[in-house]
Design a protein. Structure first.
Length: 263
């Protein structure tokens, strides 16, 4: 009898422990940080640092050199992407555009131009869902549909980098991305720029970047922003004057390959 009770309580303890692990793995988080100032790197907190370190994910280049990675998230077109591409071409900067399926379908020519001019395309999922709520099969379908459509448009294979919609993630969602061969790219510098009816003028975007810039920054911008489009060239020029170098996203994980089948 005592042995039976002992086994029961041991089983209960193990069950509770396993439930805690599962709960921790499925806890949903929203990416965010305390911004750095005067060249200091932002503070994402020990929890996020710990989670990121266990998976194939980046939010910053931890180098001490003045590298900058310029990235854009685009769910739809608002008329400013061509202007942004013109600036990037003139200034010889390679950026990364994280796109969704609807953008691929509606803006084929812009996507082709991005690729032709040396920019990288990242997977922002097919329909911008909360990935933490999906099964592994549903998650994989979101990425695969995007990959296939991208290849149809560009005749190229997609590099396996992604950014979770709205920066929402869990330990489980990052693990699934790992298993699917993807690298998650978060960010270390971002600001409220996506509200197209609440733009503040180019100086707003300029100051947001210049006041928070730091070595190894992964900058997130939205190309729907008029402020960003008008500030971008001055941002690039002035950061270069400070000794910063704009580098392609591949510099984060070279020499490791992250392509589906070459590029």
């Amino acid at each position: 009898m005592k042995k039976t009770i002992g086994v029961f309580f041991l089983s209960l303890v193990i069950s509770l422990f396993l439930n805690q692990i599962v709960s921790a793995n499925t806890t949903t988080y929203g990416w965010g940080m305390k911004p750095g100032r005067n060249g200091e790197k932002p503070d994402v907190g020990q929890l996020y640092e710990s989670i990121i370190s266990r998976h194939n994910a980046f939010y910053i280049d931890k180098t001490t050199s003045k590298r900058i990675y310029l990235t854009f998230d685009a769910g739809y077109e608002n008329g400013y992407t061509s202007q942004i591409l013109d600036v990037l071409k003139k200034q010889k900067v390679s950026a990364t555009f994280f796109l969704v399926g609807d953008y691929l379908n509606k803006e084929e020519e812009l996507v082709k131009r991005m690729v032709k001019e040396g920019h990288y395309i990242g997977n922002h999922t097919w329909s911008h869902p909360d990935l933490t709520k999906l099964s592994k099969e549903q998650y994989a379908e979101q990425l695969k549909k995007f990959e296939d459509r991208y290849t149809e448009i560009t005749n190229k294979k997609l590099m396996k980098i992604m950014r979770p919609p709205s920066g929402t993630f869990s330990e489980k969602s990052l693990k699934i991305a790992d298993e699917l061969g993807y690298c998650n790219i978060f960010w270390s510098l971002a600001y409220r720029d996506w509200e197209i009816d609440r733009q503040h003028g180019w100086k707003y975007a300029y100051n947001q970047v210049m006041n928070r810039i730091h070595p190894g920054a992964i900058i997130l911008m939205h190309p729907v922003s008029k402020d960003n489009a008008e500030a971008l060239e001055k941002i690039i020029i002035d950061l270069r004057k400070q000794g910063y170098d704009f580098v392609p996203i591949t510099s984060l994980f070279m020499p490791k390959t992250l392509y589906v089948n070459g590029f």
